[in-house]
Write a protein that binds this ligand. Structure first.
Ligand SMILES: *Cc1c(COP(=O)(O)O)cnc(C)c1O
Length: 378
């Protein structure tokens, strides 16, 4: 087989010549960073695009997560999900916080509000859920839990660019803060980048100070801030990306629908559907018992034919180095997350993926159904 490799994602990247005029402006201005013109433009334009009011750009999503926890003075224990990218939990360790992992909902793969409430102790000060694959958390139930116990609610919304809640408004308006990643692998990228969405101007201003060493003006530092600033090159690229994002989202939706159509009747595969308000950032499939191959066998079969699907999120964060050895994690009361992690595979989805590519991927998946169980003899 000498087919061209297909990766799980491929970055949204407009034609290079469209970026040159932006670079010329930066060279002319000689302002490379520190709240330059593109940075200012992108904060306003992104907030408008997303339907939020107060947005602070960051150099990346992880620094934004770490800063969000600082901004709210979170201490002690924070309840979060084991079913996420490892940066969610790393942001807690970088703030010397204790992550308390609880189970997810079996349908949404997001934090189960009942499990969250059951895990609250006198040391709990915050909840950090993830809108996994851009599927909204049960924001009302989580807010109710937070309110009942006086907890902060910080969403890791790294997957949720452009996602709407059930009322059609931005999912990013929920909780005390929401954090986006604008990394190359995400739906909307600035190569590296991130953002915090705040509920009011005062919070945004505090976060902007934290992002820039704590400087308020040339001679005044109010807080031990970090350097989390987005540069002019990244912000300019974001302005260009905004011209292309609608087309990219439309194509993602088409790919999503094509997969659904072509895979709907395959026994043992569970597809996760959200018709409205999605950003089609991932295409997760659960490989169940009724499918002739295990998830790992399917993963390998795809790989053998140059299709690099990914098992996000396997292994769980709680199975990874710094977390696995934590004494308080010995009991592992998250059977649903474990089951999902053992069954999930994310199929390739990105704007440049052609219908033929989708057909090729589906063909490999279906081939194991039509000619099942030709097990390798070792
Ligand atoms: C990508 C991602 C992050 C980290 O974002 P970066 O911009 O890469 O630092 C955090 N949480 C989740 C769930 C992610 O997928």
């Amino acid at each position: 087989m000498n087919k061209k490799p297909i990766t799980v994602t491929s970055p949204l990247l407009p034609p290079l010549e469209q970026f040159i005029p932006y670079l010329e402006q930066i060279w002319a201005s000689k302002q490379l960073t520190n709240n330059g013109q593109f940075h200012q433009q992108l904060e306003v334009a992104l907030a408008a695009y997303l339907g939020v009011e107060h947005l602070s750009l960051f150099a990346n999503g992880t620094t934004a997560l770490i800063t969000a926890l600082q901004a709210l003075h979170v201490q002690g224990e924070v309840i979060t999900t084991p079913y996420s990218f490892v940066a969610t939990a790393h942001a807690l360790l970088w703030n010397r916080l204790t992550p308390v992992f609880v189970d997810v909902d079996e349908d949404t793969f997001n934090l189960d509000p009942a499990a969250v409430e059951a895990a609250i102790t006198e040391h709990t000060t915050a909840i950090m859920p993830v809108h996994c694959y851009g599927r909204p958390c049960d924001v009302d139930a989580l807010q109710a839990v937070a309110d009942r116990h006086g907890l902060k609610l910080i969403y890791d919304a790294a997957h949720a660019f452009g996602v709407k809640d059930d009322s059609g408004a931005s999912i990013l308006r929920h909780g005390d803060l929401s954090v986006l990643s604008l990394h190359a692998t995400k739906v909307f990228n600035t190569f590296e980048g991130g953002a915090i969405i705040s509920p009011d101007a005062a919070t945004k201003q505090h976060i902007d100070h934290l992002r820039n060493f704590g400087f308020v003006d040339e001679v005044t530092v109010v807080t031990p801030g970090i350097n989390g600033k987005m540069s002019e090159i990244h912000a300019a690229f974001g302005m260009l990306q905004l011209q292309h994002i609608d087309g990219a989202l439309q194509r993602r939706q088409q790919v999503d629908q094509l997969y659904r159509h072509l895979l709907a009747d395959v026994p043992g595969l569970t597809l996760k559907v959200r018709e409205q308000g999605s950003n089609y950032s991932y295409f997760p499939v659960l490989v169940g018992e009724a499918f002739p191959l295990s998830r790992d066998e399917l993963y390998q079969q795809l790989r053998d034919q140059q299709v690099h699907a990914r098992r996000y999120f396997y292994p769980l964060i709680t199975e990874m180095g710094p977390y696995r050895e934590m004494p308080e994690l010995r009991e592992r009361p998250w059977p649903r997350a474990q089951k999902i992690a053992s069954q999930v595979i994310c199929l390739p989805i990105y704007p440049d993926l052609s219908d033929e590519d989708v057909a090729r991927i589906v063909g490999i998946v279906r081939s194991s159904v039509q000619a099942p169980c030709v097990k390798k003899v070792s």
